[in-house]
Write a protein that binds this ligand. Structure first.
Ligand SMILES: [Zn+2]
Length: 259
């Protein structure tokens, strides 16, 4: 028997193919029918990848539970014709943050628990997969803290691990990218970010008080969220890739493949 790290139950075996990030988040990233270009910015590894991103990390029950949340997210983020997508109230807003004017979309009527669990599931699954290679996204106490909120439906908590969402404008040339969860620093806070289907997700993983903009813009337990529009080239991640020459290596690799 083996213990599932998510529900802590003893099971015969774990699910063989838990998606680290749901397939709908990168189905537009295949450059031919079955091939993704895989670029690991830490190991500087660039290669073709034929399969999606999955691992043997959680039990079958936890996997099917997480698929419910993945499906909900695909409806509200991606499937414009679905009734669930249409049930979200979206209005455009601009707010000034320090010297910057942010273009935002204000969303209401989100099923808070389902959407939070979708984001947490992506982060928790990737953390478990990383742990198998002796890496991690955050300290174990944060895994347990996030797991507790994820598994216990009576906990309504939007501020211990707040979620901020960015959207690439539709004309962004980097829209077909997918990034698995990785840890970054934002204003001295530990943040886990992941990216796919034109959206970037930030989860703040720290004990200190969260920055004001996070408290204002994050997914709120009342089902609202400010979505921030931002070009990939304006992100710290892009600037770091340019600085490391990685973006150039990636383009060279890609143009060889396209020939
Ligand atoms: Zn489980």
């Amino acid at each position: 028997m083996v213990q599932c790290p998510l529900c802590k139950k003893l099971v015969k075996s774990l699910h063989k193919k838990s998606h680290l990030i749901p397939e709908w988040m990168y189905k537009d990233c295949y450059y031919d029918k079955h091939k993704l270009l895989y670029a690991n910015t830490i190991s500087k590894d660039i290669r073709e990848k034929q399969k999606g991103f999955y691992d043997e990390i959680i039990c079958c029950n936890c996997e099917s539970e997480s698929q419910t949340y993945d499906h909900y997210a695909s409806l509200i983020l991606h499937q414009k014709n679905s009734s669930v997508y249409k049930a979200i109230n979206r209005t455009t807003k601009q707010i000034a943050l320090k010297e910057e004017i942010l273009n935002l979309s204000y969303w209401e009527n989100i099923d808070f628990l389902k959407f939070q669990k979708f984001v947490f599931a992506c982060v928790l699954r990737t953390h478990l997969s990383e742990k198998k290679s002796r890496r991690s996204l955050f300290a174990e106490k944060h895994f347990e803290g996030m797991r507790e909120i994820y598994k216990n439906n009576s906990i309504i908590d939007d501020m211990t691990y707040p979620i901020v969402v960015f959207k690439l404008p539709d004309d962004d040339k980097y829209i077909n990218r997918v990034d698995l969860s990785s840890s970054i620093k934002v204003l001295n806070h530990n943040v886990v970010d992941f990216y796919g289907a034109g959206y970037t997700f930030w989860v703040f993983v720290s004990k200190h008080k969260k920055p004001d903009f996070v408290q204002k813009l994050c997914l709120n337990h009342n089902g609202s969220l400010y979505l921030i529009y931002r070009y990939f080239e304006d992100t710290g991640k892009f600037k770091a890739l340019i600085k490391s020459n990685f973006e150039k290596d990636f383009k060279n690799f890609r143009s060889k493949k396209d020939r």
